[in-house]
Design a protein. Structure first.
Length: 405
């Protein structure tokens, strides 16, 4: 009898192992908020939706997580109803389905944070991540929507704007506008004055283009070549306009404008730099010159960029105020919330379209020479170095070998 039982266990064990196998699909779940705001008052609600972008139209089931903990709701939509501060947090979802060979799961979605505030004032943004040059709208919401007498906007704990309307517009934001923002609203009820201060919220500002960084890669076989790579972070709302790249040696153009951020050139000593340009926005950024094979202390050729500080204070209307002076530097300290308010973590910046990721120089802008690339880049060639232009004297086989090496 024991032998029969052992045989049955041995026959069923492989089936159990196969059926419990978990496979991860290449599909990633997409989480969006379709009702409510990222910051809501206690007693309000929100609705999240989990989408599985599956071209095969497979039937998926859903799992919801908050702060890594599996939640009981399992439909395509997740509903927050009559929310309390403890119901807020960072949410994500995941799809799964059972198959003949085991369970297949999607990759988890990106995190989406919902903050439930138990206080009386909330500062809401159109987006917590913006790009230089965009307009940012902030709204100081007050519970029960009373008639407000005064509203104050704070940046890094310092009063910035004082007005009667709860809506603030920062026009054509700069990197310097990034920081912690909060608001205070004041109103009267039955001859008594009331005031509430919101929790501070982080506003992220990204440059459309960061300053490029030039990488020089040396090749010795089959011919002596240099590969120039122009790394830049390009943050633009999709669909992103095209970006053009230019490469220079000793201030002279090596080739015409290209959409590729790499160029192959003959190996020779000199100062190299690259430039990135977005024609639609008329934004241009140049890299620092990089010395290759040249004696230290060589003179920088003319025409290369210089860096200058151009930060300006902001007026109450949101524009640059040429008559104002910058306030003294202060330590970044968020304003203290009222005792009823719930404290929440700051959400990470929204991901943007990127070519390469590098830390932007947020406190500097560049003063550039007049941009005449459309005319001069095609005229300035280096005839003494045949490999620096696409029509060099080397054979096409050598050129192809160098490109693929």
């Amino acid at each position: 009898m024991d032998a029969v039982v052992s045989l049955l266990v041995a026959l069923t064990l492989p089936q159990f192992i196969v059926s419990s196998t978990v496979y991860v699909a290449s599909i990633q779940a997409v989480l969006t908020q379709i009702e409510g705001e990222p910051r809501i008052f206690s007693g309000e609600g929100a609705r999240l939706r989990c989408n599985i972008p599956d071209d095969k139209k497979s039937t998926w089931q859903y799992q919801w997580f908050r702060e890594g903990e599996l939640l009981s709701q399992n439909g395509e939509d997740f509903i927050l109803w009559n929310a309390e501060p403890k119901h807020g947090g960072k949410f994500y979802c995941q799809g799964f389905r059972e198959t003949a060979v085991g369970i297949t799961r999607t990759r988890p979605s990106l995190l989406l944070e919902i903050n439930v505030d138990g206080g009386w004032a909330i500062l809401q943004f159109t987006s917590s991540s913006s790009i230089v040059g965009e307009d940012v709208t902030m709204t100081c919401r007050t519970r029960s929507s009373p008639q407000l007498k005064e509203v104050i906007l704070y940046k890094d704990g310092v009063e910035t704007i004082r007005q009667h309307s709860p809506q603030f517009i920062l026009s054509r934001v700069r990197v310097e506008d990034q920081g912690l923002y909060s608001c205070r609203s004041t109103w009267d009820i039955q001859m008594r004055s009331h005031s509430a201060h919101s929790v501070a919220v982080q506003l992220y500002i990204s440059e459309l283009l960061t300053q490029p960084i030039l990488e020089i890669i040396s090749y010795n076989v089959p011919v002596t070549m240099l590969r120039l790579v122009c790394h830049v972070q390009y943050s633009a709302r999709p669909p992103a306009p095209p970006i053009n790249f230019y490469f220079y040696k000793n201030g002279k153009s090596l080739a015409t404008a290209t959409s590729e951020n790499t160029l192959l050139a003959k190996k020779s000593a000199g100062l190299y730099h690259c430039k990135a340009r977005v024609p639609v926005f008329n934004v241009v950024k140049m890299s620092e010159p990089k010395n290759y094979g040249q004696a230290p202390g060589s003179k920088q050729p003319p025409g290369l960029p210089s860096i200058q500080h151009t930060a300006q204070p902001r007026s109450a209307e949101g524009g640059a105020d040429p008559h104002a002076t910058l306030p003294p530097a202060v330590e970044t300290v968020p304003a203290s919330p009222s005792p009823q308010q719930s404290h929440s973590s700051v959400p990470p910046p929204h991901p943007l379209t990127t070519v390469e990721h590098f830390t932007p120089r947020s406190t500097q802008t560049e003063t550039l020479p007049p941009d005449d690339d459309d005319d001069d880049d095609t005229k300035q060639t280096v005839t003494a170095e045949p490999f620096e232009m696409s029509g060099g004297s080397a054979s096409s086989a050598d050129w192809q070998d160098a490109m693929t090496s």
